[in-house]
Write a protein that binds this ligand. Structure first.
Ligand SMILES: *[C@@H]1O[C@H](CO)[C@@H](O)[C@H](O)[C@H]1NC(C)=O
Ligand SMILES: *[C@@H]1O[C@H](CO)[C@@H](O)[C@H](O)[C@H]1NC(C)=O
Length: 407
């Protein structure tokens, strides 16, 4: 029996190897034959690793709730009467292109409801159009899902795997397993809920002594879509398996802050991180009674389940700010237990909004501290918003985290 199976195992391995080689040859041949022609396409990748600039900054554009449908066929919702006749998904694309050109970000984070399933005939086509500006920019970009993305021709697993294969995307369907045995390495983690849980490390400025160290983390979590709890319909939530993973990566980072010993002094005790998920957590409601920056204009549409996200983030300490979407006409930042929670404010014209209240997007800027000769670790995190008005108005600028030594 054993001999038999190992024989057939070898045989299968050879076959896979042969298929692999054939594919490679095929690709090389075709590339050669077609030289310059784009018929054979492999995914285009951005310059990696993602890192701070020479000037010690790293800028993220948060794009919330594009709600992309069928392009020119999908009419705008909640715009002024005189704006309605010439308004479609193309206005969302135009706004996104304008934001990329004028803010010149280093990275784009799409926080869900990227496409609006009920208006989408073909999810793949809609994704290609919605993320078109990001793919054309050549910037690294990442996306997570909202509660509407899967409402057409792809389920959540298919959507994330498609998104992760798009040009310049650094999105992942789920984190890779990092088990004790090396055989697990590189394979996808399966004991985690949802699709689109992953962590991206941002490296130090080129030429600095932290150039080969990850000094900033971007944490993406799938907050699900809808659920029924004790017979009542509600929104999804971040599950314990996801929080376990978050605690795990936090521990790993605090243990190995840098690749070189001499640079460890230059870093804060914990590497700061930002979180990104779509559906707000229940505690966001409390912010109605607190000082916020921005506007609180609609009820927080969160889950009836509180799975302890805030508690977890407070206990690990590395996440300084979280960026959410889902409630398009809320665009505020508020602080809960020392962590900032910020809405993106909706960008999408086919999504609901408020007539006369411009569509908007959030910008996040991380700045490095200046050492004697070179850039150090992250020192300050700021945010502001840009409105889709004539002047592309910049509003509500604020500091979210400041780690500068007090003088
Ligand atoms: C949408 O785009 C069209 C065409 O460029 C433009 O005329 C119109 O003013 C835009 N509408 C809004 C609300 O931005
Ligand atoms: C970072 O890695 C590159 C390539 O391996 C190397 O040339 C460079 O000296 C390293 N920089 C530091 C500060 O370790």
């Amino acid at each position: 029996m054993e001999v038999e199976s190992s024989k057939s195992g070898n045989w299968k391995h050879s076959l896979v190897y042969l298929a692999f080689i054939t594919l490679i040859i095929h690709l090389i041949l075709h590339k050669h034959k077609l030289s310059g022609n784009d018929t054979v396409r492999v995914k285009r990748n951005p310059n990696l690793p993602i890192r701070f600039r020479y000037d010690g900054t790293f800028k993220i554009l948060q794009v919330a709730d594009m709600h992309y449908g069928n392009g020119i066929m999908s009419r705008c919702r909640d715009v002024l009467d005189e704006e309605f006749p010439y308004c479609s998904d193309l206005n969302t694309t135009h706004f996104l292109n304008t934001l990329i050109l004028s803010e010149n970000p280093d990275f784009i984070a799409f926080t869900g409801d990227n496409i609006f399933g009920p208006s989408t005939a073909d999810a793949a086509e809609s994704l290609l159009e919605a993320f078109g500006p990001a793919m054309e920019s050549g910037l690294p970009w990442a996306a997570i899902l909202g509660n509407h993305d899967q409402e057409s021709t792809m389920n959540r697993a298919e959507l994330m795997s498609f998104i992760s294969l798009m040009d310049y995307s650094v999105s992942q369907t789920n984190p890779s397993a990092e088990g004790p045995t090396s055989s697990l390495k590189g394979s996808m983690m399966t004991d985690i809920d949802g699709f689109g849980n992953y962590n991206l490390r941002v490296y130090g400025a080129p030429g600095s002594h932290l150039a080969n160290s990850s000094i900033f983390n971007l944490l993406f979590l799938d907050s699900g879509d809808r659920a029924v709890v004790q017979g009542v319909r509600t929104y999804g939530w971040i599950k314990e398996s996801q929080l376990r993973w978050v605690r795990g990566i936090s521990q790993r980072f605090q243990g190995q802050t840098s690749d070189t010993d001499q640079s460890a002094d230059a870093l804060p005790l914990t590497i700061p991180a930002l979180g990104f998920f779509h559906i707000p957590i229940p505690e966001i409601r409390q912010l109605y009674y607190k000082k916020i920056v921005g506007q609180f204009q609609e009820a927080v549409a969160c889950s009836s389940v509180n799975s302890g996200v805030l508690e977890t983030l407070v206990s690990i300490g590395d996440v300084k700010a979280v960026f959410m979407g889902h409630d398009h006409t809320n665009d505020f930042c508020g602080n809960l237990d020392g962590i900032w929670f910020c809405y993106g404010g909706g960008i999408g014209y086919h999504g609901y909004g408020k007539a006369g209240w411009p569509r908007r997007a959030r910008v996040i800027l991380a700045e490095l501290g200046k050492g004697d000769k070179a850039w150090m670790g992250v020192e300050r995190i700021k945010t502001w918003k840009r409105l889709d008005d004539e002047k592309l108005s910049k509003i509500d600028e604020q500091v979210l985290w400041d780690h500068r030594p007090s003088k």
